[in-house]
Every structure is written in structure tokens, then in C-alpha cells.
Design a binder for this molecule. Structure first.
Ligand SMILES: C[S@@+](CC[C@H](N)C(=O)[O-])C[C@H]1O[C@@H](n2cnc3c(N)ncnc32)[C@H](O)[C@@H]1O
Length: 359
């Protein structure tokens, strides 16, 4: 039993079962033992790989998307270019390289990274050492002013609550001590107040149904939506997710590029849940913003010209690099890889014209 599991067991012994959201928060963000707090989990040596780590084209196109969005905003100077959950800083690095030639864009941009992991902050500092970067623990600390927010695989790392329909109706899933082992187990707890979090249409689902909700994701989307409505700007969020609420269970743990048990190896595996794009959109809209999409990542990248970008890179690649480039294009865009599993949503100030790729 690792130290985080001992800590969680002690907490449950003292205060009773904890919600799935509390468990995720501890596993990912515990200041000492949290998954993100003490490691760089990316790449072949790590637990998973993300789009910016698959190909430089991803960050380049998102950078150009941000430059067009800035022009649509009337090219405000200064403005804030903010990335939420920037991982190794690769996306921002590629975005800044691609937008060097856009007149005025980088002179106007104040760059902000919202990151909780001290280890990843160091990695980002190294990747972006020639840039002036401001780090924050929360987007609410980004100074006032027009802003463009980019969030790739950020919302999927936020804690979710889970509800299950059992014999006696809907109840929330909690995590308790397993009396038969020294491990943990799921239990159900009836909580009438929690039903308020569920969409009306789902309350009549048959037994066995499972519903997930991310109050933290909703609160962040609402806060971002309110900010861009009041101060101008846009949010671009890309993540694996679904567009019909009540999709079922998506909570998963990943370790060494393979699925792992959710209730074991606390803090040693990445814990994520697919993003509910309908609810995310509703949070933006309720805050006054306008939403565009969601659309499939493959379509989004194709509309921004990813195929042409790969075609431009291919003649410069050697025999070893060429198959990797072709595989990276397929991985990002193909419907049987990240092309449809990942969705893209944009929120803007209500007066903003259709953002690039969402026309
Ligand atoms: C799955 S990684 C995605 C990294 C990067 N966007 C990419 O595509 O490579 C999630 C990122 O969000 C950060 N993160 C997780 N929870 C966070 C939170 N509550 N606030 C800020 N950053 C968070 C992690 O440390 C990490 O940088």
C-alpha cells in the first residue's frame, strides 16, 4: 500500500466514505503524493501521449487559430494568451514559433500558463526559456483584459462525481474501505440533494444507468465564459468526450500506456473522465458567452489545413522520419484514432464572428 493510499484510508476511517471527486482530487493533486505533482507523465517513457507531443503541427495550427481569433477581436494590444494545463509547454512553444510572422500578435501577447504541478512548471520553463511567461495556479489570477484561453486535455483531468441507478433509485458513488482486503471499494449513498446535479431527462433512466458530472469543470467553464463576455476573448477546449449527456462510465486510470485499476496505485496512475461537451457548452452559455461546435478534432484540424502542413513537412523529412509524420497525421485526424474521439468546442464573446474552422 503506497503512502497516498494509507492517507486516503486514514481519511475514510476518520470521516467516512469519500466522493469520487474527492478521490480524484487526492490522486491527481495531493500536494505531496498527487500524480501530477511529482512527475512528468508524458511520452514513451511516461503513461500517455497527448496531441502536442505527437506532432508539432498541432501546436502550430492552434497558434495560428489564436492569431486569427485575435484579429477577429480587433487585434487588442495588450491581450492575454493563456494555456490551461500546459503539460510540457510543447503546444505553447509550437504556437509561438508558428505565429512569429503574424504582424503585432506576439508584441501584443502576454503569455500565461495555468499549472498546478511544480515539476511540470520546471519543464515548461525549460521549453519556453526564451519567452516571458507568467504562471498561475488558477485562471482567476490572470490579470483583467481581453484574453484567448486554450485548453487541451485539461477538462478531462478535473474531478467528477458519479451517480448510479440501483434498486432503490439514484445514489452517488462513494469510495470506502474494502472490509475483505486492505484496498478500497465503491459504495452507493443516497443523497437527495445530489439529484439536483442531474439533467431532468436522466432521472427516469433504467436501473444500472450511470451518470457523471464535473462540478469543477462546470465552474471553470462558467468562470471563463463570464470573463470573455465581460472583457472580450475566446476559449478553445479540446478533449476526449461525448455530446450526449448520460453517456455512462468513463472514469479511467492509465499507467504505462495501459488501463489500470482506478482504486489501486493511488497517485501513480493518471485518472481521467471523458468530457461532457453538452454540459460544458451550457456552462459557457449560462455565463453569457456564445459557443461554437463541438466538432470532431479531425474535422477541426483539417479545416485549419493540417494536411497541407504535413505535406509541407514531408519533403524535409528523412526516410526514418517520413513514416512517423504519416502516422502522426493519421493519429491526430483519423476517425478510428483521435479524429472523432476528441472534440473541440469554442466559446467567445457574444458579438464575436465565427472563429476559424467553425464557419
Ligand atoms: C493531460 S495533461 C495535458 C497537458 C497538455 N495540455 C498537453 O496537451 O500535452 C493535464 C495538464 O493539466 C494540469 N492540471 C491538472 N489539473 C489541474 C488543475 N486543477 N489546475 C491547473 N492545471 C491542472 C496538469 O498538471 C497537466 O499539465
Amino acid at each position: 500500500m503506497n503512502q497516498l493510499q494509507q492517507h486516503i484510508r486514514k481519511q475514510i476511517e476518520t470521516t467516512g466514505p469519500i466522493s469520487v471527486a474527492d478521490y480524484m482530487m487526492q490522486c491527481l493533486c495531493h500536494p505531496k503524493y498527487g500524480y501530477y505533482m511529482g512527475r512528468d507523465p508524458f511520452g514513451r517513457e511516461g503513461d500517455f501521449i497527448t496531441a502536442p507531443e505527437i506532432s508539432q503541427t498541432f501546436g502550430e495550427l492552434l497558434g495560428l487559430w489564436a492569431a486569427i481569433t485575435w484579429q477577429q477581436m480587433g487585434s487588442p494590444s495588450p491581450f492575454h494568451l493563456v494555456e490551461l494545463g500546459p503539460g510540457r509547454g510543447t503546444l505553447m512553444k509550437d504556437a509561438l514559433r508558428a505565429t512569429k510572422a503574424v504582424p503585432g500578435f506576439q508584441d501584443a501577447a502576454h503569455i500565461h500558463l495555468v499549472e498546478i504541478s511544480p515539476v511540470l512548471k520546471d519543464v515548461q520553463q525549460e521549453a519556453l526559456k526564451s519567452e516571458q511567461i507568467h504562471w498561475h495556479d488558477s485562471f482567476t489570477n490572470v490579470p483583467d483584459g481581453p484574453a484567448i484561453f486554450i485548453a487541451n486535455e485539461f477538462f478531462d483531468a478535473l474531478p467528477i462525481r458519479q451517480f448510479e441507478k440501483g434498486e432503490k433509485g439514484w445514489a452517488e458513488r462513494f469510495i470506502d474501505l474494502d472490509p475483505d482486503t486492505d484496498g478500497l471499494r465503491f459504495v452507493l449513498r443516497k443523497d437527495e440533494a445530489a439529484r439536483a446535479l442531474m439533467p431532468e431527462g436522466l432521472k427516469d433512466k433504467p436501473e444500472g444507468g450511470l451518470f457523471e458530472v464535473s462540478p469543477m469543470g462546470q465552474a471553470i467553464a462558467h468562470g471563463l465564459g463570464a470573463r470573455i463576455t465581460q472583457q472580450g476573448g475566446a476559449v478553445l477546449a479540446l478533449d476526449y468526450g461525448y455530446t450526449e449527456p448520460g453517456f455512462g462510465e468513463t472514469l479511467q486510470a492509465l499507467k504505462n500506456h495501459a488501463y489500470a485499476p482506478v482504486l489501486k496505485n493511488c497517485g501513480e496512475a493518471d485518472l481521467t473522465a471523458h468530457v461532457d461537451f453538452t454540459t460544458l457548452a451550457r456552462s459557457f452559455i449560462e455565463a453569457g458567452a456564445k459557443t461554437w461546435g463541438p466538432m470532431n478534432q479531425g474535422d477541426f484540424l483539417e479545416r485549419l489545413g493540417i494536411t497541407q502542413r504535413f505535406q509541407a513537412l514531408l519533403p524535409h523529412a528523412n526516410d526514418e522520419q517520413r513514416p512517423d509524420l504519416i502516422a502522426a497525421h493519421k493519429r491526430l485526424c483519423s476517425p478510428d484514432e483521435m479524429g472523432t474521439l476528441f472534440k473541440v468546442i469554442c466559446a467567445t464573446h457574444p458579438d464575436h464572428p465565427a472563429p476559424a474552422a467553425f464557419e
